[in-house]
Design a protein around this ligand. Structure first.
Ligand code: TA6
Length: 296
């Protein structure tokens, strides 16, 4: 597999083994720098060359191991979001984030950017967890913006229901100085209050643990960060919901892969498909997200 990675004639791309022996793709082009693990097709770093800071938060205590999801960056939660709908023994947030993906395309773009495509197809391991045939194609376009597109193709002979999220962890200077705009008036389920339905009033400020699922919500968001002096624009497509998550102090302390004060420097704003999408045999659907710093 590793040799196949280097078959692409793309000068912006290099492949390294990190200290845990995992393959990491490094894109370094005139417009941006980006790191992607084949494990989970997990983007762990993105920084436009014009920006002073990277966009994504990666836990200093993140664990890089075959059976673990990396804490930070953009985990791909797929083909379900959160707990499995019927079987508690199945992994939370599906298996895509702990599967080994293949690099199937890498090309330099005329604009100076780079486009990668990573693919995951069903195999004996995935069929033990989810007994359906599928192809997942994850396209990562690295320019001044980070654009990702996850396409699920139902290659099975029967219909399937799929869901998930691009569980992006954004880096913030200080959580108390953050405002999230774009969700005012939306109905959300408060997972910390037994899923009680609430209405979002104004911009979101995070001053305690938050775990909210904004339903029927295709809205784009902005993340204003006074401490870092920047605003991030988060646009999405093919998503029926937005999830906002911050574990705050007590849960950060309980998580082995999070430092105690990790919650102060991150917030998750996730492009979700929580209601599940039905796909007929041969049908496909796309979940996409574009993020960029709009003022720095
Ligand atoms: O998207 C929010 C959430 O589902 C939370 O409930 C929280 O548990 C978080 O994801 C992290 O989940 P993980 O399985 O990565 O620890």
């Amino acid at each position: 597999m590793t040799s196949a990675i280097t078959d692409f004639d793309c000068t912006h791309l290099s492949v390294v083994k990190d200290t845990s022996g995992m393959d990491k793709l490094i894109v370094d082009n005139p417009l941006a720098y980006c790191e992607v693990y084949l494990h989970g097709a997990h983007i762990t770093e993105f920084k436009a060359k014009t920006a002073t800071q990277g966009l994504l938060w990666l836990s200093p205590k993140a664990v890089f191991a075959r059976d673990k999801a990396i804490r930070g960056g953009i985990p791909i939660c797929w083909p379900w979001f959160g707990a499995h709908p019927t079987d508690k023994n199945q992994p939370a947030h599906g298996f895509a984030r702990v599967s080994l993906w293949r690099l199937t395309q890498a090309k330099a773009l005329d604009c100076g950017g780079t486009e990668l495509c990573l693919t995951l197809t069903d195999n004996a391991e995935t069929r033990c967890i989810w007994p359906f045939r599928f192809t997942l194609e994850y396209t990562i376009k690295v320019t001044e913006q980070l654009e990702v597109s996850l396409v699920h193709i139902n290659t099975d002979k029967q219909p399937v229901s799929i869901g998930g999220a691009l569980h992006s962890y954004f880096k913030v200077g200080e959580i108390a100085q953050v405002q999230i705009a774009g969700l005012a008036g939306a109905t959300y389920l408060d997972k910390l209050a037994d899923g009680q339905a609430c209405t979002q009033s104004g911009e979101i400020r995070v001053a305690a643990e938050v775990d909210s699922v904004y339903l029927d919500c295709a809205n784009d968001c902005t993340l204003k960060d006074r401490a870092l002096g920047r605003t991030i624009s988060i646009c999405k497509q093919g998503s029926d919901s937005t999830i906002v998550w911050n574990p705050w102090l007590r849960k950060s302390q309980q998580m082995a892969d999070m430092s105690d004060d990790g919650y102060r420097h991150m917030v998750c704003i996730e492009a979700g498909v929580v209601n599940g999408k039905a796909l007929a045999p041969g049908e496909q659907c796309e979940l996409a997200q574009r993020i960029e710093v709009v003022s720095d």
